[in-house]
Write a protein that binds this ligand. Structure first.
Ligand code: MSP
Length: 821
């Protein structure tokens, strides 16, 4: 029986579950910290909050990492998962449940979801043709007829059964779930920031490029050349190639394809339930596609698939999730696949999905594959031991960790406008710490409390309200002209607030901490302007009252700001709260006192905890940044220095398949202008002469790339330098309908974003390309293919008789736009 009692609002938020193929780094910590801040804010507001995090432990990648480490996958995942959890505990993160996809309850739940989708008719068994090594019983992503990379036997063409999910049936429903409402109300699934929502929408809607690629016949015209974009869409609509969503968004019918949701070429995964396998008549053993397995965690963690009534009640209470926090690279999985699975299973979809940007190090996304990671432990150890430990030699390791965790929390949230990429550097960390925490908040607290200790014996004075100090309230900003100018400058460098629907997450994470910063500056200035130390020297009634009023306002500001800062700096604010004589801040938070900071001012007569007055944020020495750099280097000895420094000594990469049979690639940062090369039909002889050829817009596997021969014509260095090769990152990769060989790529060249069409669709899937750093022939004249502009070519080696392209990549971290020569 539902009760009439109004229920406490609930808030269920999740982080992505982290792959256990690598140790945690501060990129992972970033998302988890953001979740922790939001969880604490919601608890403050009295919401029944549930914060979930955990690890993603299945799939080929993990299986391989375990094999490389020489341990069984379960043991491997046990170890790495424990490292993640141990780190979150060191940092005092307040997750409510830690899920592992190897948990039996999760496996059961994921199987239940798969079964449900199958029983409802949204999963079917189908086949696709691929290359197979019979000896190894393995599918290989190489053309049939070529040697197997493992055993050398010739690959055969076989047909593999696969379970597919009918994603294509959900195109309209998904668009309508997330599209902006003309009424201005929130969509059922609110994707923020706008950039993330637009990216997902355009994926779902299909693009002009997709229409063009259908060719003129589909439109019943001779040619599409010269047709304006709007006309093209209208024409498409008249041919029923384009339809409209409820709010009027046009979408290309069929732009969404079905999705393979099982694999049978490896075993480290959750088996497709045996009843489904039987019912489908499959003869293979399938494991559930790792993303379906992983996404299901958000429900299995709170009881989906369990028979336990308590668990079921929890599921009822918390599902749908109020917020999935995700990195921007995994929005498609969360905003397209996940809601589609849920719609198909007849389950409610999450309410909000918010994408955070990336933490960059040396201008590239911090990630294991790039090797440019910064470990959270380094920051915890350095700040814990060299700053806190130095000030408080008797402190415990736990106190040091929690102190240092606050430093990292503050830095990440203050420095990076939420939703955007942000660069991490040790120098910036130390500078921000000293400026905002040691000199800012920490200094405000200690000077205020010291003055009360000195002039009022540590007791909060009475406030006569005779001074007109109303402006002293931090809630009302009255910045001085210089402060205002600084603030305006800073605001201008931040992105505009999200348009349309109000986004609480973004407000919380982007504006609040900045606002608190201005409030601290203002409070500090008031104390200085009132020249308390001078008033204190005057021995008369008026000056005594003035001093009392000033310090009352000052200490009340400290109380107010401390309450506001609590979700961001839980350890430091707890110390301040205690110094203020207010007891345990965590208790105050639970009692809802921190949600009403305006209502209850500091009570006069409160005795400060004078015995505990000690610096909250001791200053960090300048050398701390170097200490951290050295710590990182010691843990991770640098191999050959990756550099985009033009003066750096050229390095030889011996493991790169491209360089093995080619001239050495050296990496430099020259930005010298080079001419645009005309596109000449036929093979690209300059590059081929060295065994490297550009995977042109269309690779012709039937025309094997020329191997270097004795009589290849030699070229001069000047000839070679005419070809401008640059490092780029693949941002977008997608298939082009009705063009089997072509992929449409968008690449970031550091200074510009380009579209390149590349004939590698038979060899690379779009998913495996995104995020790769590759080499682009950047001064190739643009050309049109299938009506689409292609500007540049990818560099690839050509392997085997069919000329399979292998993209040239880097073993080291490399800045975008670096010149390759
Ligand atoms: N296992 C999947 C997620 C499955 S969720 C059902 C996965 N794992 S991951 O470990 O590769 O990354 C997970 C998340 O870690 C990212 O989405 C992002 O939130 C965070 N980050 C990892 N590297 C990061 C940066 N360099 N910067 C910011 N966040 C980063 O994808």
């Amino acid at each position: 029986m539902p009760s009439d009692e109004p229920q406490t609002p609930k808030f269920y938020l999740t982080t992505p579950i982290y792959y256990v193929n690598a140790r945690p780094h501060i990129g992972h910590a970033y998302t988890t910290i953001v979740a922790d801040v939001l969880a604490r804010r919601h608890r403050l507001q009295g919401d029944e909050t549930f914060f979930l995090t955990g690890t993603d432990e299945h799939g080929q990648k993990i299986e391989r990492s375990a094999a490389a480490a020489g341990v069984p996958p379960q043991q491997f995942t046990d170890e790495v998962s424990a490292q993640f959890r141990g780190l979150w505990d060191r940092m005092g993160l307040t997750y409510d449940r830690y899920i592992r996809t190897t948990d039996p309850a999760h496996k059961q739940g994921a199987q239940q979801l798969f079964r449900e989708l199958y029983n409802r008719g949204f999963i079917y068994l189908s086949t696709y043709t691929g290359s197979y090594c019979v000896s190894d019983e393995a599918f290989v992503d190489l053309p049939a007829g070529t040697p197997c990379p493992d055993c050398g036997r010739t690959l055969e063409t076989v047909t593999e059964e696969n379970f597919f999910f009918k994603l294509s049936e959900f195109q309209k429903q998904l668009i309508e779930l997330i599209e902006p409402r003309n009424s201005g109300s929130k969509p059922d699934l609110d994707i923020t920031p706008d950039t993330a929502r637009n990216e997902v929408l355009s994926f779902l809607m299909g693009s002009t490029e997709v229409l063009i690629a259908m060719g003129p016949q589909a439109f019943g015209v001779e040619t599409l050349e010269g047709i304006r974009q709007t006309t093209l869409w209208e024409l498409a609509e008249s041919k029923d190639l384009v339809r409209r969503s409820r709010e009027g968004l046009p979408y290309v019918v069929g732009a969404l394809r079905d999705l393979s949701v099982s694999r049978s070429s490896f075993t480290w995964g959750i088996p497709v339930p045996s009843d489904v396998q039987e019912a489908s008549g499959t003869t293979q053993n399938h494991v559930i596609y790792v993303w379906l397995d992983a996404l299901a965690n958000y429900m299995t963690a709170i009881g989906y698939g369990s028979d336990d009534p308590e668990k079921q009640a929890e599921l009822q209470r918390y599902w749908p999730a109020d917020l999935h926090l995700v990195g921007k690279e995994i929005t498609r999985f969360h905003c397209v696949y996940w809601p589609a699975f849920l719609l198909a299973a007849g389950l409610p979809t999450p309410k909000q999905i918010t994408a955070n940007g990336w933490l960059l190090f040396d201008n590239a996304k911090m990630s294991k594959s790039r090797g440019n990671v910064v470990r959270t432990e380094t920051i915890l150890d350095a700040f814990g031991d060299h700053v806190y430990g130095k000030q408080f030699p008797d402190s415990t390791k736990q106190e040091r960790d929690l102190f240092a965790a606050d430093v990292l929390r503050y830095f990440l949230l203050r420095e990076i406008p939420f939703g955007q990429d942000g660069s991490f550097s040790f120098d910036a960390l130390v500078t921000r710490y000293n400026a905002d925490l040691a000199n800012g908040y920490g200094n405000l607290v200690s000077r205020t409390l010291k003055m009360i200790a000195t002039y009022f014996d540590g007791v909060v004075p009475e406030c006569s309200n005779r001074l007109d100090l109303a402006d002293f309230k931090p809630q009302v900003l009255h910045l001085s002209p210089e402060e205002e100018a600084r603030r305006a400058e800073e605001e201008a460098s931040y992105p505009e607030p999200a348009t349309g629907v109000q986004d609480d997450v973004r407000n919380a994470l982007t504006y609040e901490l900045r606002q608190i910063g201005y409030q601290i500056t203002q409070a500090d200035r008031y104390i200085s302007e009132l020249q308390t130390w001078k008033i204190a020297k005057l021995d008369n009634e008026l000056s005594r009252t003035k001093l009392a009023d000033t310090l009352y306002y000052a200490v009340d500001s400290v109380r107010y700001l401390t309450g506001e800062l609590y979700p961001y700096l839980p350890y430091a604010t707890a110390r301040v709260w205690s110094q203020l004589g207010l007891g345990d801040i965590h208790e105050a938070a639970k009692l809802g006192k921190l949600a009403k900071l305006d209502e209850n001012g500091m009570t006069s007569g409160t005795r400060l905890n004078v015995a505990s007055l000690a610096p909250i944020f001791p200053r960090a020495d300048k050398g701390l940044a170097q200490i951290m750099i050295d710590m990182e280097d010691a843990r991770n000895p640098p191999s050959a220095p990756a550099s985009s420094d033009p003066g750096a000594a050229p390095r030889t990469s011996t493991s790169d398949p491209v360089t093995e049979n080619a001239t050495t690639l050296t990496v430099g940062g020259s930005s010298a202008q080079t001419p645009t090369l005309p596109v000449t039909p036929g093979p690209h002889t300059e590059a081929q002469a060295s065994g490297v050829y550009a995977a042109t817009e269309i690779v012709q596997p039937s025309t094997p790339a020329a191997a270097p021969t004795e009589d290849s014509p030699t070229i001069t260095i000047d000839d070679f330098l005419k070809v401008e090769l640059r490092v780029a990152e693949i941002l977008v990769a997608e298939r082009i309908p009705k063009a089997d060989k072509l992929l449409r790529l968008e690449v970031d060249l550091g200074t510009e974003r380009r579209q390149i069409l590349s004939g590698i669709a038979q060899y690379y899937s779009p998913e495996e390309l995104i995020g790769r750093r590759i080499v682009v022939v950047s001064n190739l004249a643009p050309r049109k293919m299938r009506g689409l502009d292609s500007h540049g070519m990818l560099l690839a080696a050509s392997e085997g008789p069919d000329g399979k392209p292998i993209l040239a990549t880097f073993g080291e971290d490399i800045a975008l736009g670096s010149r390759v020569r």
